[in-house]
Design a binder for this molecule. Structure first.
Ligand SMILES: C[S@@+](CC[C@H](N)C(=O)[O-])C[C@H]1O[C@@H](n2cnc3c(N)ncnc32)[C@H](O)[C@@H]1O
Length: 248
């Protein structure tokens, strides 16, 4: 394999032992205006008065642990991935959060059992969220938009396409009888320090199915040729938020 591709291997190897959901060592610089919302501040706002909260796909529980002080005593987190469920348990159980290993699309909870459902970057089924919400309860979700890293799709067209989840979720909540209180979408340019850092991210989660340097090395070099600037590897990120409420 060409040395230009082989130099990326240590970054992919580094992804092998990854667990939890903490990328604080990655140094991703935001080049434009920041997101026009702050997910954690929104959760704190909507958690006021809630008596029970559910976090879907908590990862290693890092975000939920930061938010714990704002949440009601009854808090539950779900985590499907066998690697992360124990990581989440170790972090969250001492904080009084129950961790349940289950899919986010098929929740093992009774109807109307939570006042607040949280979901950051985890798939959800709007009707299922509506089912477990109590009347007057709310869902707050931030998601990765369909056009995220669109520069990568040009070079690796088989990159996973999760579809128009913005439209699906907004319409799904409305169809399930929820009132959508807030929707917002944003695209921003971010700079990764190097292609290596980005390869590490691609190695962590299945954004590109069967990702490998053998298969995708040339495409990665083409991406680098197109997107490497004085700021680093510059890509477009896409995010959206939806807040919806079940009528009391
Ligand atoms: C994108 S993570 C977000 C975690 C958390 N909500 C947060 O915002 O930090 C969403 C889900 O993907 C899972 N996940 C991450 N990498 C995975 C992998 N390689 N295979 C299966 N699931 C994975 C996480 O464990 C988590 O349940």
């Amino acid at each position: 394999m060409r040395p230009e591709i082989e130099r990326l291997r240590p970054h992919l190897e580094r992804a092998r032992g990854f667990s939890g959901w903490d990328f604080s060592d990655l140094e991703v610089r935001h080049l434009g205006p920041p997101l026009p919302w702050d997910y954690e501040a929104m959760v704190r706002e909507y958690a006021r008065g809630a008596r029970s909260a559910l976090d879907l796909g908590t990862g290693g529980g890092e975000v939920l642990a930061r938010l714990r002080d704002a949440l009601p005593p009854r808090a539950v987190a779900t985590e499907e991935w066998h690697v992360n469920a124990p990581v989440a348990y170790r972090r969250l159980a001492p904080l009084g959060v129950d961790v349940v290993r289950c899919r986010s699309l098929d929740l093992p909870f009774a109807d109307e059992s939570f006042d607040l459902v949280l979901d950051r970057h985890e798939e959800l089924a709007p009707a299922e969220v509506a089912r477990v919400l109590r009347p007057g309860g709310r869902v707050v979700t931030q998601q990765v938009g369909r056009d995220n890293w669109r520069e990568l799709r040009t070079h690796i067209p088989r990159m996973t396409d999760f579809g128009d989840i913005f439209g699906e979720y907004a319409r799904g909540f409305a169809a399930a009888g929820l009132r959508v209180l807030r929707v917002d979408q944003h695209e921003e340019r971010v700079a990764f320090r190097s292609l290596g850092d980005f390869v590490y991210l691609l190695g962590v989660a299945p954004w590109v199915p069967d990702f490998s340097l053998e298969r995708d090395g040339e495409a990665l070099l083409a991406l680098e040729a197109e997107c490497l600037t004085g700021d680093g590897l510059v890509l477009t990120e896409s995010r959206f938020v939806i807040v919806a409420e079940k009528p009391a």
